[in-house]
Design a protein around this ligand. Structure first.
Ligand code: HEC
Length: 165
């Protein structure tokens, strides 16, 4: 669990952990590391434990399976906090976020006109078939038709986007 918290807190850490323990002489150039520390080796047990704490049916998902499904999204989406947008918007914190609301991303008119907050049910519909769910959107992705794969993917997104449901 501690490992997971560390990875979840990584973004905050990037901002704060470079600070020296003693805050006395906050010089202009503190030796903050140029890059984020190497990601900790994935602690599969802790991540799977985080999955088990999700609401049903996501508590039955497999983290590793979800991670593999997310490989289909990675070419277009990052999920890490503060990571850049690619062809699609960064997905960190997507749960509880108004659709089409990530600052600085140029959404299609269809997405801009939609009006709901992302939750597991909306994501399930979107991911099953993006084009029928929201015609005219610009996500060039056929969808994940397999229900179990969607469950695993959404559980993975819940854990990785670090928003407790
Ligand atoms: C070919 C690139 C591509 C792939 C692959 C892709 N997406 Fe997207 N995604 C986009 C684009 C582009 C948008 C913005 C759509 C728009 O504005 O119409 C988007 C939007 C989204 C949104 C809405 C975000 C918001 O801020 O409202 C979610 C959620 C999402 N994608 C999840 C996924 C997931 C999960 C996968 C993998 C199963 C995936 N996408 C695969 C390109 C992609």
């Amino acid at each position: 669990m501690r490992r997971l918290l560390i990875s979840v807190a990584l973004a905050a850490c990037v901002a704060a952990c470079g600070q020296p323990a003693s805050q006395t002489a906050a010089s202009s150039e503190s030796p903050a590391p140029a890059a984020a520390p190497a990601a900790p080796a994935p602690d599969t047990a802790a991540l799977q434990a985080a999955i088990a704490a999700l609401p049903a049916p996501y508590n039955e998902a497999t983290y590793e399976a979800g991670r593999r499904v997310f490989a289909q999204c990675r070419s277009c989406h990052t999920i890490e906090a503060g990571a850049p947008n690619r062809v699609g918007p960064n997905l960190h914190g997507v749960f509880g976020r108004e659709i089409g609301s990530l600052e600085g991303f140029n959404y299609s008119q269809a997405v801009q006109d939609a009006n709901f907050v992302w939750d597991a049910a909306q994501l399930d519909n979107w991911l099953a078939n993006p084009q029928t769910f929201l015609p005219g959107n610009r996500m060039a992705f056929a969808g994940v038709r397999n229900e179990t794969q969607r469950r695993d993917l959404i559980a993975y997104l819940m854990v990785e986007s670090a928003t407790a449901p």
